[in-house]
Design a binder for this molecule. Structure first.
Ligand SMILES: *[C@@H]1O[C@H](CO)[C@@H](O)[C@H](O)[C@H]1NC(C)=O
Length: 460
């Protein structure tokens, strides 16, 4: 029998260090060993007594369970079979079992890799804190921002399989917004009106959760509206994103201050602006034709609910015809009466008679238009002049004709306004259907027009 003997010397340290760097193996100590293999012809005879045939197996973050044919103290002898176990939180990469082979290397490579869960996504309206980051057994606790409530799993744990337990919770805004309305207010209607404009600031909103997405709905008229007498309720409703609702209200009360209702004077009447007796209303006193006002013409309803001034009265117009000059006569009509001065050559003049007939029928309309008729008839020395029943002296008759350019030779007439200016002339009798519209359009003051409209049927 031929026997072959080999004698090999290996420096295992360098080879192992290179080959397995970073692989998870680490050898504990260097071991330069000499060993012998005898080739028997059909197989190698290996000396199992060598305790460190392979380098000692050491697993980072794991452990090994080895069984050697030589017993527990020969953990890296040839034929030793090891099961590799990873620590909790680590997962095996490579073979579960390795064996120390005749080549003095373990039969495979394995390592334990740390298991990590994925990073949890950012959490809307809240945050989370994890005990060990994304490592196994890390517990993450979720909390919601103020004003939100957590719904779902409060904690999630990174499991051994690299998955988080449970599912992501959500933060729900349960809290309704807080809304504060402006204060209730009372206002007095503006002067001469029965309404007033009321302004206010928008309500103040506080929603802890939704700072910007709160919607406000107004129930009622907006700020700056005109408000009439009485109490008005303004309501605001606020909704947050989750449709949580809150509302508030306030009132706007408008008072219309009123003066006592004015009574018209005897032989006169009053016309008032706006509602007649509300704060700021103005009432104008007018006397019927043939009467003149004694006292102020207008009274205003004051804020303290009383009328300004004292009530005037209407007294019969008394014209003093015993005056020296036409100026003194006309002064008595100044600002009070219009004049229709009719001049005729004789009492039997056809035009004159026609005119007087027409004016008699229109007497009421003339009074309404505050127009006094003066007749000048005939020539001196038999001239006759009169204002109603009062006779004028021949000097006044003469002067009137001169002042107003009235001819004594034929029928003619002149219309004089309240300020003594002649406004229209007639050389033929003038009918009320012509005279009245002229006065109404050109001579009446604004208030007189109003009064006339109100009392148009007065003469019928
Ligand atoms: C109302 O006010 C006016 C002027 O402001 C005053 O003259 C009058 O006496 C007051 N009337 C009352 C009832 O207070």
């Amino acid at each position: 029998m031929r026997r072959l003997f080999f004698l090999l010397t290996l420096s295992v340290r360098a080879a192992v260090a290179y080959r397995y760097e970073g692989s998870g193996y680490s050898y504990v100590e260097s071991h330069d060993v000499d060993y012998s293999v005898q080739y028997t012809g059909s197989s190698y005879y290996v000396d199992y007594k060598e305790p460190r045939w392979c380098y000692p197996l050491s697993i980072e973050n794991g452990d090994t369970e080895c069984h050697s044919p030589r017993g527990a103290n020969y953990r890296s002898t040839l034929g030793t079979r090891c099961r590799i176990l990873c620590d909790r939180g680590y997962r095996l990469l490579g073979r579960r079992h390795v064996e120390c082979t005749v080549t003095r290397y373990w039969s495979g490579m394995s390592r334990c890799k740390e298991v990590r869960c994925h990073s949890l996504p950012a959490f809307p309206y809240g945050s989370f804190v994890c005990s060990k980051g994304t490592r196994v057994d890390s517990e993450c606790e979720y909390i919601c921002e103020q004003g939100y409530q957590l719904e779902g799993d409060r904690t999630r744990v990174c499991q051994e399989n690299g998955q988080w337990s449970g599912s992501e919770p959500i933060c729900v805004d349960y809290e309704p917004p807080r809304i504060k309305c402006p204060g209730s207010r009372e206002k007095v209607a503006e002067p001469g009106q029965q309404t007033t404009r009321v302004y206010w600031d928008s309500p103040r909103i506080k929603d802890v959760a939704d700072k910007h997405s709160t919607k406000i709905v107004l129930r009622g008229p907006p700020s700056g509206s005109e408000f009439g007498k009485g109490e008005h309720i303004i309501r605001y409703v606020a909704y947050d994103r989750e449709r949580n609702k809150a509302s508030c209200k306030f009132t706007v009360t408008v008072h219309v201050r009123r003066c006592p209702v004015l009574k018209p004077p005897v032989h006169g009447y009053i016309t008032c602006t706006s509602a007649g007796n509300n704060y700021g209303a103005t009432c104008t006193y007018t006397c019927e034709g043939g009467y003149e006002r004694q006292g102020i013409s207008k009274r205003v309803c004051l804020f303290n609910r009383s009328w300004s001034g004292l009530a005037p009265s209407c007294v019969p117009i008394e014209i003093n015809v015993d005056v020296n000059s036409v100026a003194a006569l006309l002064d008595q009509f100044y600002e009070m009466q219009r004049l229709l001065i009719i001049s005729s050559p004789s009492a039997s003049d056809m035009y004159y008679n026609l005119q007087m007939n027409m004016l008699q029928e229109a007497a009421c309309g003339l009074e309404l238009r505050q127009t006094t008729v003066i007749e000048l008839v005939g020539n001196p020395p038999r001239a006759v002049g009169r204002i109603k029943e009062q006779q004028l002296s021949s000097e006044i008759i003469e002067q009137l004709r001169q002042v107003f350019y009235l001819s004594s030779m034929q029928f003619n007439a002149v219309l004089v306004d309240k300020y003594g200016a002649d406004r229209e002339r007639y050389i033929q009798p003038v009918a009320s259907s012509e005279l009245f519209p002229f006065i109404d359009i050109y001579l009446l003051q604004k208030e007189e027009k109003t009064i006339l409209q109100e009392r148009e049927n007065f003469c019928n």
